[in-house]
Design a protein around this ligand. Structure first.
Ligand code: GUN
Length: 297
């Protein structure tokens, strides 16, 4: 019997409905509309797709959506001035600068210029530190989405051995921290880990976030383990078009795992849902209101 395939698309749709309901309540009770500003520098096609999708779903959730598109040769000072404006704009509660930025721009300086309370990506050094010490923070969207799916699938994660494959600042590191905060025993493995297969084989939970197609093999998986595949790898298909596959060898791993997320339709849709969740959370916190229900770590 194959694993339960976790339907991220349906789960994300449910989360967006909950957000829309809470946004309506916020409007009627407090006359507040959450606002998200997305900044895109240059014309990276993949980023264009993400940004369009973010804008559409933000508006569908009843929030204000603002897009700032800047030329690829925009200088640091201009970008910093825009961030400063958005920091001081009371109608904006979330600011997201789409990464990667062109090489001539200082990404770290830009991220750390965003007011931490409006940092819906959770990348600001203050939010990283707050998460790392188990305090209330803005949590990066992709790991937050993974956590929500794990809790929904497994219930309590307490005592589970979670192995995070990959150590990026955007996914691997915050994911490990969130799992630790949920009382998992956490191991991080990466390209220099010895006997990676043996380590992953002991995992109850596997988070694959390496950025390389079908890296995690069936021989790495313990019977019944829960696999979350964060990978988005575009590969050429036989008909000359391209398709998206994950970091996990899905067909083979599905025979052994207890539950697994597909690509596409797993983690991807949850990331944008969590961006909307973070925007609502930021808005509530900025206005001194309670956190929205069921949408935070
Ligand atoms: N580019 C790819 N993923 C992300 C993300 O989660 N946030 C931002 N800001 N840029 C990205």
């Amino acid at each position: 019997m194959g694993a339960q395939v976790i339907d991220g698309k349906a789960f994300a749709s449910g989360i967006r409905e909950q957000i829309a309901t809470q946004v309506n309540q916020l409007k009627s009770a407090h006359n507040i509309t959450p606002g998200l500003a997305v900044v895109l520098v240059g014309e990276d096609p993949a980023s264009e797709v993400y940004v369009r999708s973010k804008g559409k779903q933000t508006a569908e959730a009843g929030m204000k959506s603002v897009e700032h598109r800047l030329d690829a040769d925009t200088d640091q000072q201009t970008l910093m001035a825009l961030i400063d404006n958005l920091n001081n704009d009371a109608s904006i509660h979330g600011i997201l600068v789409q990464l990667p930025l062109p090489d001539h721009l200082d990404e770290t300086a830009v991220i750390n210029a965003i007011t931490p309370e409006k940092d819906v990506d959770g990348f600001h050094i203050s939010n990283v530190g707050l998460l790392g010490t188990g305090q209330k923070s803005m949590v990066p969207c992709t790991p937050l989405g993974c956590l929500m799916m794990l809790r929904d699938t497994l219930g309590s994660l307490s005592g589970c051995h979670a192995v995070v494959v990959g150590r990026s600042n955007i996914v691997g590191k915050p994911m490990a921290q969130l799992l630790l905060n949920d009382n998992c025993t956490v191991t991080m493995v990466h390209s220099k880990t010895r006997n990676i297969e043996d380590v992953v084989k002991t995992a109850d939970i596997v988070i694959a976030a390496v950025g390389r197609a079908e890296t995690v093999k069936a021989s790495w998986i313990k019977q019944g383990a829960c696999i979350i595949d964060v990978g988005i790898n575009r590969i050429a298909s036989k008909d000359g078009k391209s398709r998206i596959i994950g970091d996990v060898d899905f067909d083979a791993c599905q025979q052994i795992a207890g539950a697994i997320t597909p690509v596409p339709g797993g983690v991807g849709p949850m990331t944008i849902a969590c961006l909307l969740a973070n925007t609502l959370t930021a808005c509530c916190r900025i206005h001194g209101l309670e956190d929205p229900k069921g949408l935070t770590a």
